[in-house]
Design a protein around this ligand. Sequence first.
Ligand SMILES: [Zn+2]
Ligand SMILES: [Zn+2]
Length: 229
Amino acid sequence: MIKGISEALLRLLYPLLCLHCGEGLSVRGPLFCACCLEQLSLVEMKGRCRTCFRELHKGRCDKCIHRKVIIHHQIAACQAMGPANTLLKEINKGGRTCIAATAALMAYQWLETKLLLPELLIPLPTSFWHKQKAGFDVQLSLARELGKVFSIPIAPVLKTKFDRFHFLTQGEFRYRLEGRRQKGESLCDRRVLIVALEHNDDLFQQAGKELKLFFPAQMDALAFATKLD
Ligand SMILES: [Zn+2]
Ligand SMILES: [Zn+2]
């Protein structure tokens, strides 16, 4: 009897519900029910541009063939749909408990590439508004978690900076990325991996241009989610 009551209380304190469909879970701990977990699959990398991750038939897309390669591979773990989209939304609402699962999916996808492990992780800076909304630095947390999985250090050398030139010439507020030298980890001759919550070719290019100034050996980018093509 007492056990029954305490179990009921536990349920109130820790709802045993699937994050995505709200289905009851038989054990406390996992975020999703078995059914939703099955829908949580990694994006197939075959049939995507190996540089920017856009869907296509073979090799590299037109855009990438005609531009200088700065980021060698851009990869995303999941498409922003179903349970993966729920994870994305939860994180953006401040769901820190979803960070570990999200980082694990990213780690799996990286291993799928069969590329060498990076030597340094660089989180894309989280914008001021994004931080306000989530209540924490989402991309820094993701990088830290991935760092734990792979046992590699992180170097938050990218910052957002108010784009004064754009403001003066175009009259619009905009931020741009800037790489800042810092004590500790050096990027020189190392394989670096840019870590982000969402895939964004423009931001990855910007980040790559800034990081290039620190002479890394190779630059790749890994995001959790990519929008539907
Ligand atoms: Zn479910
Ligand atoms: Zn491409």
